[in-house]
Design a protein around this ligand. Structure first.
Ligand code: MSP
Length: 502
């Protein structure tokens, strides 16, 4: 019998298509991509889902503004998100659009089930609604009467609506979050939700809209469309086959990690798990909540026209340099401030100067002193010890979803290798001790191989280029790690990994 592979299911939020992608969207996709690639390297059967959230009042309004039908509009903007994902080298296995027929059918099934099980009732809604958030707001969430995220006064909505009995799940949710059965990280975010669930009363949530045409009609009352958050949250199940491919769904459910920023934590810690509990489905194992990027100290907004285009950044600085900067610059979970000059600086110091220079140095010397052939020698104890230390820190950091820490351990190895060269002085050994010189270069080439493995989840192109230069083509498969580079095989210096910026 073939043992079943471990599975790893990771998601990003699905993005609103009222505007083109910016670095905030890129950030979550890149973070998820690092974990997806890393788990694939370890041999897991990975499903990585991202996509676009295409229904609701906000999209209806945005389409109207540019004189397009909602469908034309969402097709265009969703394509921009898919292009951004490609350009950022995101290895997602699924891209869900909430206008996909399979999603719509599955949402109808879910709503029918919730209705049949008695979790839905009809009532009257009267309250404040922020179209920017597509969310109902309580007075306590407003600042000076305005939604703090969108700086607009929410609209007073009074309409008949269907409700989902969210309130009855309050205690169960609190308990599961407390016990980490439904884990929320970092700890401050967990505490924030626990405090909310302890001090405020969960209200039942209106799940339908009467005056929004651009949405999925409720299967049991076509006069209404489904509240956009209810169907959007279900994407995490419909995107892996719920109601369309039950084997696939059974294989991947529940999510292992869900990444998102703090703006949408509350819905993900209340309505989302409550619907799953109502459907008797296991809850996601772990929500990791990251911070918010500002740009040069300011919030990205349409009115300031200051949102940073990830495609432009990737073209200008390379995709890998952009990925590196975002993952290295801030502790995952904290807020960050994007500055292009800082990205350029990191390109010069860490990438061209640190990593690129090391690779170039080692391969130039191999070319010069050994006609590009890997010399015969053994791994030194000191190098083995350093590698073990780096891998230990790296593995721990990735397990903790701490990307900057993982990258720091890689740069520890780069610094080690540079110091190793400076101490050993190969240029002097070339005149005096050919055997020792071979030993030094052999050890350095092995370090380059390890750097390839370590870098692959973060900077896949760069890792592959390093692999190519040293004749290793399996850097995306950790099971091949540990195999030493064949002595006598040929390396190729080739171009600089990070050339001069234009
Ligand atoms: N459509 C909803 C999510 C539904 S998920 C079932 C939505 N869309 S969004 O387009 O506004 O995306 C929000 C998410 O994009 C954040 O949670 C985060 O993952 C990412 N980011 C958007 N702006 C961001 C920053 N400025 N900084 C960091 N991440 C941000 O909410």
């Amino acid at each position: 019998m073939v043992a079943k592979k471990d599975k790893f299911y990771i998601t990003t939020p699905i993005y609103y298509v009222n505007d083109k992608p910016h670095i905030g969207h890129a950030y979550t996709m890149i973070a998820a991509d690092v974990l997806a690639r890393r788990n694939r390297m370890k041999g897991a059967d990975v499903f990585f889902l991202t996509g676009t959230d295409e229904h609701g009042a906000k999209i209806e309004t945005a389409a109207k503004k540019v004189g397009q039908s909602p469908q034309e509009f969402v097709d265009e903007v969703s394509a921009k998100f898919q292009l951004a994902a490609d350009c950022l080298n995101i290895s997602n296995t699924g891209f869900i659009r909430t206008t996909d027929k399979t999603h719509i059918n599955a949402v109808e099934d879910v709503l029918m089930k919730l209705q049949e099980k008695g979790f839905i009732y009809k009532g009257k809604y009267e309250g404040l609604y922020c179209e920017g958030c597509e969310q109902f707001k309580t007075e306590s969430q407003l600042v000076d009467g305005k939604c703090p995220d969108h700086q607009v006064e929410p609209k007073l909505l009074k309409e008949e609506s269907y409700f989902f009995k969210l309130s009855q799940f309050q205690d169960e949710l609190r308990e599961k979050i407390e016990k980490d059965e439904f884990k929320i990280s970092p700890i401050e975010r967990k505490n924030e939700i626990l405090s909310f669930l302890t001090h405020e009363k969960l209200q039942d949530v209106a799940i339908s809209r009467k005056n929004v045409k651009w949405g999925i009609p409720l299967p049991f009352d076509k006069e209404y469309t489904t509240y956009v958050w209810v169907e959007a949250l279900m994407n995490y199940t419909t995107g892996i086959g719920m109601s369309s491919d039950e084997d696939k769904f059974a294989n991947y459910w529940p999510c292992d990690v869900q990444l998102m920023a703090k703006d949408i934590l509350r819905v993900h810690a209340t309505i989302w798990p409550a619907m799953l509990l109502a459907l008797k489905l296991p809850l996601p194992k772990h929500l990791f909540i990251h911070g918010f990027w500002t740009v040069d100290g300011q919030k990205m907004s349409k009115s300031l026209n200051n949102s940073v285009d990830p495609i432009e950044m990737s073209c200008k600085y390379t995709t890998d340099a952009f990925r590196y900067y975002l993952m290295r610059e801030v502790t995952f979970g904290n807020d960050g401030d994007f500055s292009e000059s800082r990205l350029a600086e990191k390109y010069g110091s860490d990438l061209a100067g640190g990593l690129g220079n090391l690779v170039n140095r080692v391969l130039s010397m191999t070319e010069k002193y050994f006609e590009s052939k890997v010399p015969k020698a053994k791994l030194k104890d000191g190098v083995m010890k350093e590698l073990a230390d780096v891998w230990k820190k790296y593995d721990q950091a990735i397990d903790d979803i701490q990307f900057a820490e993982a990258l720091k351990s890689i740069w520890q190895l780069i610094d080690f290798a540079n110091k190793f060269i400076d101490d050993a002085k190969p240029w002097a050994l070339a005149k005096t001790d050919q055997k020792k010189l071979g030993e030094v270069l052999y050890n350095l080439i092995e370090i380059l191989q390890q750097l390839g493995y370590l870098l692959y989840p973060f900077m896949p192109d760069t890792a592959e280029k390093i692999g190519h230069k040293i004749g290793i083509h399996t850097l995306s498969d950790l099971s091949k790690n540990g195999k030493l580079i064949a002595q006598g095989s040929v390396v190729e210096k080739g171009d600089l990994l990070f050339g001069k910026l234009r």
